[in-house]
Write a protein that binds this ligand. Structure first.
Ligand SMILES: [Zn+2]
Length: 168
């Protein structure tokens, strides 16, 4: 099958759009523009190859349902930003890294192995009897909402509905 080539224009456009969205939601892309564009190019290649923008630094399975946690921005971005000042790939960095107050280090893989990912997560504590609506949690930013179905798009971090999990 012939894949459309990813051109520099595609990458530039993606970069501009992403940067705008990212900065307006309080995140930062890596200030090394060349490096960042290389990562974005890999995401676009994955998008073409798998039909979802899997993390450029991890091996995708090709099955979207198995890889929802590593569609960029991955579920592990925020904890890694918190602990290491950068996401696993170095695409997103913290304000401290940006200002030079903190140095980039290598980041251990936080993603659980395939067997552990399949285990259903335990819901903590008993359910309040008065709660009539299910609570949904955005796996990327942690946003919670109580409603029949998860929102089409997370109002905080803008990822799609498929990135929500049932919280309660
Ligand atoms: Zn979110």
């Amino acid at each position: 099958m012939n894949m459309p080539d990813i051109t520099e224009e595609h990458v530039d456009l993606f970069y501009q759009k992403l940067k705008q969205g990212v900065e307006s939601s309080g995140y930062h892309l890596n200030p090394d523009v060349e490096f960042t564009k290389e990562l974005l190019k890999s995401i676009l290649i994955n998008q073409n190859r798998y039909k979802y923008g899997a993390c450029p630094c991890r091996l995708a399975s090709g099955v979207k349902e198995e890889d929802l946690d590593i569609i960029c921005p991955c579920d592990y971005r925020d904890p890694d930003l918190e602990d290491y000042g950068s996401c696993y790939c170095g695409l997103y960095v913290s304000g401290e890294i940006l200002s030079g107050e903190r140095q980039l280090t290598s980041i251990p893989e936080r993603r659980p192995g395939p067997d552990d990912r399949k285990k259903p997560k335990k819901v903590q504590g008993d359910l309040p009897a008065t709660l009539s609506l299910p609570v949904w949690r955005c796996r990327v930013c942690g946003y919670l909402c109580a409603r029949e179905d998860p929102p089409e798009t997370c109002p905080i971090c803008k990822v799609g509905k498929e990135r929500f999990e049932r919280f309660i």
